[in-house]
Structure formats: structure tokens, C-alpha cells
Design a protein around this ligand. Structure first.
Ligand code: FMN
Length: 364
């Protein structure tokens, strides 16, 4: 099945104007959502090479860690010429620390800073950072305003619909953020209490879009296909769409979406060989950054590649658990020889099931 066959099944919205964060014009309206543990430089580079990405963001990084920069944090904010435009996402509850972190990032040439107001993890939200910021209107507005005023680059906010069903405060926050100079708002259409359960609430996102006058609202949640993106754009009226888990399953999604917007049709995602090529390229970039330590850091990502390549579980495990670089490449050779369990090497592979993190406060 080619993407072209799907062209007429989904309405092509009348696309809104290109997305700009202040003076920063994004090359497309399809953004890579931050995914802690996955959206590192090596992944951002391969996704960018495929094309169609409007903006990519780092994993969330604590403002405190940025102020006392160690090697791990340094690696998290490392970037590359092809990783542009580039956002760093910060979290914290101490305004001065957030300002210091934002100023340091500005000096390093980061294009835009995103404040995390969506992280449901107790360790973050319990301290009043992440989704916890949604429980403290005045403190949050003051913190965000101080960060906006402290730097000359665009500052954006990523939040959920609210803490729980009874406190759907995102529209109110969005309106106030616009007034204090926030450049864009990304909204994951779930509450903190929902974690990753249920389906994304598009009506909830629409209310955020309606609450603001001109800042772009980026809709987020459960977008895996052109049909999902079409629904997100038409139902909510959002200016852009950000994609997290869907990009792990299909790193071609940004290019597909951009093709769809430009021409109405799109190429299929890469097959077995293309994914293998991506996997080895990404591992190479990770090795450039981490040397021997790349092997363990790549395990989670290898899982996604090999699952989407339909590799049998035993071979997957051999790659993921390889103790040395040599064992890793030997195990990959076995993968190449075995081929996919379903589908074939060069054509479209069957869709993979995308799991969700189990509970509201769980990390994957
Ligand atoms: C493993 C994992 C890590 C995540 N890390 C972050 C993060 O660091 N910062 C953030 O704002 N959101 C984070 N999220 C939330 C995603 O950015 C996104 O809002 C959510 O997954 C819904 O979008 P999706 O359905 O396209 O994945 C994470 C989600 C997952 C599953």
C-alpha cells in the first residue's frame, strides 16, 4: 500500500500560516516532542536527515543540573549543524535557577527554550515543577514571566490540559502566558491524572487554541499517522503538531506529513533495510558522543528499531544485551540474515503496536 492510496481518505485541512516562535520561523509545523531517554542528539540527527522536522527539543533537563553542568547534562544539550532549529526543555521550581539556566542556554546559541509544565512524574511534579506548576497559578505566571524577560530568545511552554478533570486550567494559563510574552504553547491533550491512559482529548486542545489570540498552539498526543494529524489540525485548529512516540515507531512521519501538506500524497515509511541503516547510523552518532558507553545507552532505542523491523525476540535481545561492540555487530549480522518475521525486507512492514507507560507517574 503506498501513501498515495490514502490521499483522498482524509480531509486536507486548509493549512494555517507557517509557524513562527517570535522571530524564529519554523521550517515545518511538524515538531518532535521531547521524550526523555530517546530524543538525544543521535536520534534527532537521523530524524532530521530524513526531513520534514520543524523543531526538535531535548529531553527535559533540570535547571539545577544546567547550572552545575556535569558531563551528562553537557551531552544532553550538545547539538550539531543539522540539528536546527533546536530547543532545550528545562524544568524546575526555583525561578532564579530557571533564569540562570535559560541565560546560559541563550549564550550557547540555543534557538528557543521550552518550559516543562507537563511531566507527571512524582519526583518532578511533587516539587511543584513539571505538571505541578499547573497547581500554582500565581507562582507559575511569575516564574515564566521572569524567564521570558531574562532572555532574548523565544520561550515556550509545554503543558497538559490540567492537573485532573476537575481542574482543566490549560486555556486560562494559555491566555495569561500569551499576555506575558510566551512565544508558543504546546499542549498534550491529557490531564496529569490521566498519565498516558485513555485517548487524547482534542476538544480540550481546541479550547486552548480558542483561548489565545495569536501565539501558535501546538497540538500533541497520539499522532501516529497522517489521518491522526489531519484530525488534530482540523478538530483543534492548532498551528502545528508535535509527535513523540509516533516518531519512534516511524521516524519518517515528519517527512510524510510535510509531503502531505505540500502535495497531498506521501512516500511510505522505510522498510527493514532502511531501518537497519538508521539504527547503525544512530548508534554511530551515539558512539561519537559516548564511546564505549554508547552500547548501554542505545538499548532502549534498539528495542524500538528492532520491534519496528519485526525482528524475533531472541535476536532482539541479543542486540540489546550485547556486552561489547563486536557482539553488537555480530548480533546485528544475525538480524540481517534472519530478516523480518512478518513483511519483507524492502516493502512496508506491518504496523507495530505502541505501548504506553503504565501508570500516571510511571516513566517508561
Ligand atoms: C518515554 C517518554 C518520555 C517523555 N519525556 C518527556 C519530556 O522529557 N518532556 C516532555 O515535555 N514530555 C515528555 N513526554 C511526553 C511527550 O512529549 C508527549 O507529550 C506525549 O508522549 C504525548 O505525545 P505522543 O502521543 O506523540 O507520544 C514523554 C513521553 C514518554 C512516553
Amino acid at each position: 500500500m503506498s501513501g498515495t492510496d490514502l490521499t483522498y481518505q482524509y480531509p486536507r485541512p486548509s493549512f494555517p500560516p507557517p509557524v513562527s516562535y517570535g522571530a524564529l520561523r519554523l521550517p515545518s509545523r511538524y515538531l518532535l516532542s521531547p521524550l526523555a531517554g530517546f530524543t538525544n542528539l543521535s536520534f534527532r540527527r537521523v530524524v532530521r536527515q530524513i526531513g520534514g522536522v520543524g523543531l526538535a527539543t531535548t529531553d527535559l533537563i533540570s535547571a539545577a543540573a544546567l547550572v552545575h553542568l556535569n558531563e551528562k547534562t553537557e551531552r544532553l544539550i550538545e547539538t550539531h549543524a543539522e540539528d536546527s532549529p533546536f530547543a532545550v526543555q528545562i524544568f524546575g521550581h526555583d525561578a532564579q535557577q530557571m533564569i540562570d539556566a535559560a541565560q546560559m542556554l541563550t549564550e550557547r546559541g540555543v534557538d528557543t527554550i521550552d518550559i516543562n509544565m507537563g511531566c507527571p512524574v512524582q519526583r518532578v511534579a511533587g516539587q511543584g515543577a513539571g505538571a505541578g506548576m499547573m497547581c500554582n497559578r500565581d507562582g507559575t505566571l511569575s516564574l515564566v514571566q521572569r524567564v521570558v524577560e531574562a532572555v532574548r530568545i523565544p520561550v515556550t511552554v509545554k503543558m497538559r490540559l490540567g492537573w485532573d478533570d476537575k481542574q482543566l486550567t490549560a486555556p486560562q494559563f494559555a491566555r495569561e502566558f500569551e499576555q506575558i510574552g510566551v512565544a508558543a504553547i504546546a499542549i498534550h491533550g491529557r490531564t496529569r491524572a490521566q498519565g498516558f491512559s485513555g485517548v487524547v482529548n482534542l476538544e480540550g486542545i481546541r479550547k486552548v487554541v480558542e483561548a489565545v489570540e495569536r501565539v501558535p498552539v501546538i497540538g500533541n498526543g497520539d499522532v501516529r499517522t497522517i489521518a491522526d494529524a489531519s484530525r488534530m489540525l482540523t478538530t483543534t485548529g492548532c498551528a502545528g503538531v508535535s509527535i513523540g512516540r509516533g516518531a519512534l515507531a516511524n521516524p519518517w512521519i515528519f517527512r510524510q506529513l510535510s509531503q502531505w501538506e505540500e502535495t497531498g500524497s506521501w512516500d511510505p515509511p522505510g522498510g527493514f533495510d532502511d531501518r537497519l541503516d538508521l539504527l547503525t547510523r544512530q548508534f554511530g552518532y551515539l558512539e561519537d558522543q559516548w564511546g564505549d558507553r554508547a552500547l548501554t545507552r542505545f538499548r532502549k532505542m534498539a528495542h524500538w528499531y528492532l520491534k519496528s523491523m519485526r525482528v524475533p525476540a531472541t535476536l532482539r535481545q541479543a542486540v540489546q544485551m550485547a556486552p561489547t561492540r563486536e557482539a553488537f555487530y555480530r548480533a546485528l549480522q544475525d538480524v540481517v540474515e534472519a530478516g523480518p518475521t512478518t513483511g519483507h525486507r524492502t516493502g512496508i512492514l506491518p504496523d507495530m503496536h505502541i505501548p504506553v507507560p503504565a501508570g500516571p507517574v510511571d516513566h517508561w
